[in-house]
Design a protein around this ligand. Structure first.
Ligand code: SF4
Length: 65
C-alpha cells in the first residue's frame, strides 16, 4: 500500500492526523502531509477508514503501490 495526499484540497480538518498520527501530519498551515507512505500491514484497514472519512477526498491509497 502507498498513501497519497493532496494538500491542495485538504480542509485542515485534522481527522486523518488524529486517527493515524504516525502516517499523517500537518504542515505549518495545517495542511496534510504524509509521514509514512508505506504503513505497516496492521495499519492498512485504519488507513482505508481514514480515506473514507476524509471530508474532501484529499487522501487515497494505491493498494499495490
Ligand atoms: S482528513 Fe482530509 S481534510 Fe482532514 S486533514 Fe486529513 S486530508 Fe485534510
Amino acid at each position: 500500500m502507498r498513501v497519497v495526499a493532496n494538500s491542495a484540497t485538504c480542509a485542515v480538518s485534522s481527522l486523518c492526523v488524529y486517527r493515524l498520527p504516525g502516517v499523517f501530519d500537518q504542515d505549518e498551515e495545517g495542511l496534510v502531509l504524509v509521514l509514512d507512505e508505506h504503513p505497516d500491514t496492521g495499519l492498512h484497514e485504519e488507513v482505508r477508514r481514514a480515506v473514507r472519512a476524509c471530508p474532501t477526498n484529499s487522501i487515497r491509497v494505491v493498494e499495490n503501490g
